[in-house]
Design a protein around this ligand. Structure first.
Ligand code: 3PG
Length: 217
């Protein structure tokens, strides 16, 4: 679960929380958008970036951001297989995020030295991930899988687990999730609206990032 921090020290995925209350879930369609998009988010105070492996250019985008935006702490989202984890590590990612959990993926990430934020949506999945040593979990798809009542309910048997809800959150609902005792950070795509990216409206993205980075928790 160790991540190389900017200063070279090793940190846990939980340390990502220290950088702010929101991790943007980013889908990049055009390689040319990667660096300006990352710079826009960093300018708004959002340094931890989850770039999803959902487009053909995703790995190239990650490489470009790692190379050209050193203030960014770049992770790969949508890790579904061991091969995805290997590719993310090879591209320079500092952490990985998966929509669900498989032990095979968790073990591979550990062997690669790629800290993993694994996704869960049920009590059984929390048990499986925490049995493998994961105490910080993505709750996905947060809104569809029960939202705030579900997170409160999971807090009973799993009081030691911290969650990052993503999936269906908005600028308006994120504060309600961040107010929960077992939520320290949340994620979502609302910081990077596709129309703003398509238009190169980086100022709008910086403004969204600034608002997100200042959310109380
Ligand atoms: C994720 O992978 O976490 C989700 O796709 C993000 O969901 P959102 O687009 O509803 O924020």
């Amino acid at each position: 679960m160790a991540v190389k921090a900017a200063a070279g020290k090793v940190m846990n995925t939980l340390s990502l929380i220290e950088y702010g209350p929101v991790i943007p879930v980013i889908v990049i369609q055009r390689l040319a958008d990667a660096v300006p998009l990352a710079r826009a988010l960093v300018a708004g105070g959002v340094r931890v970036l989850e770039v999803t492996l959902r487009t053909p250019v995703a790995l190239e985008c990650i490489r470009a951001i790692v190379r050209e935006v050193p203030q960014a702490i770049v992770g790969a989202g949508t890790l579904r297989s061991v091969a995805d984890a290997e590719a993310a590590k090879d591209a320079g990612c500092r952490f990985g995020v998966s929509p669900g959990y498989r032990s095979e993926l968790g073990h591979a990430c550990r062997n690669l030295g790629l800290p993993l934020l694994p996704g869960v949506a049920t009590a059984s999945e929390v048990m499986a991930a925490s049995a493998d040593g994961h105490g910080f979990l993505k709750f996905f798809p947060a809104t569809a899988a029960g939202g705030i009542p579900m997170l409160k309910a999971l807090g009973g048997p799993f009081a030691d687990v911290v969650f990052c809800p993503t999936g269906g959150l908005t600028a308006e609902t994120a504060p309600q999730f961040l107010a929960l005792a077992n939520v320290k950070v949340c994620g979502g795509s609302w910081l990077t609206p596709q129309d703003a990216v398509d238009a190169g409206d980086w100022g709008r993205i910086t403004a969204l990032a600034r608002a997100a980075s200042q959310l109380p928790r």
